[in-house]
Write a protein that binds this ligand. Structure first.
Ligand SMILES: C[S@@+](CC[C@H](N)C(=O)[O-])C[C@H]1O[C@@H](n2cnc3c(N)ncnc32)[C@H](O)[C@@H]1O
Length: 254
């Protein structure tokens, strides 16, 4: 397994779970939304999923499971149905089950243990830009989604020349992303840059920061923490300089 991927998404996930245990369950959702960010992004995507009661929902590349926990909590009045989280990092997948109690499978999205057309709606947040071959994952998502199903995406796209400074990521351009989606049988229904949406509420940021501080307190002397921190710093710089931009897409499986 790619060591950088493991450090960034597995080791840090386990540390995050421990920090939440210390600080309290009200810190779990903000801390476990790694890469998907804020309630405004999740709400915009959730609105586009067109969920109705009984719909089967898949979170592909679910990390620590914060976004699905947010969806179940905030959209419970509009939709109730089975959820499945699929996350290749085993520690992260297991931690998500302990944190939120939703079923999770340790699986790469290129190879999902699900029958054809067995999912009514899905999202993949911050996943595509970590992959060299986006089409492999999109093809597999197309296989498991039923025709007409909605797929929500959060993707970091390259807008500047230095966007691909980050070794662990492969940011597509807007054009490449649209080509990949079309080639794999997805129609883009709507899209928005996350910069157009509201910032996270202060209590969300405060809780996420508090968890990060506990993780830093306990692990800052470790090489894995330094590696993960460097990744975060580079990504933050790329986002600040708008070399990379965070985009949300509502798509439909053709
Ligand atoms: C930036 S994190 C986002 C996690 C989660 N979706 C969220 O928004 O909180 C990217 C996730 O993609 C996962 N990932 C990387 N390659 C993957 C693949 N081929 N299939 C599924 N997930 C993958 C990583 O393990 C990591 O958990």
């Amino acid at each position: 397994m790619d060591e950088l991927l493991e450090t960034e998404f597995d080791t840090v996930a386990a540390w995050t779970e421990a920090a939440v245990a210390e600080l309290g369950q009200d810190h779990a959702i903000p801390a476990a939304c790694r890469g998907s960010g804020r309630p405004s992004d999740l709400a915009w995507l959730a609105d586009g999923l067109e969920l109705t009661d009984g719909d089967r929902f898949l979170d592909a590349g679910s990390g620590l499971g914060g976004p699905t926990a947010w969806l179940v909590t905030e959209f419970g009045w509009r939709w109730q149905g089975p959820v499945l989280l699929a996350e290749p990092m085993k520690l992260a997948a297991a931690a998500s089950v302990r944190l939120f109690g939703h079923p999770a499978v340790a699986a790469w999205t290129e190879n999902l243990p699900l029958p054809d057309e067995s999912v009514d709606a899905a999202w993949a947040l911050g996943v595509l830009d970590t992959l060299d071959d986006k089409r492999e994952v999109l093809t597999e998502l197309h296989r498991v989604l039923r025709p007409g199903a909605r797929l929500g995406l959060l993707v970091l796209v390259a807008r500047g020349e230095h966007a691909n400074d980050l070794e662990s990521n492969s940011f597509p351009t807007d054009v490449e992303l649209h080509r990949d989606l079309t080639a794999c049988g997805f129609r883009v229904v709507d899209r928005i840059d996350t910069a157009a949406l509201a910032d996270a509420p202060p209590e969300w940021t405060t809780r996420a920061d508090a968890v990060e501080e506990v993780v830093a307190r306990d692990h800052r002397s470790e090489e894995a923490w330094r590696q993960a921190e460097q990744q975060t710093e580079t990504l933050t710089r790329l986002l600040d300089e708008r070399e990379v931009v965070s985009v949300l897409l509502r798509t439909a499986r053709v």
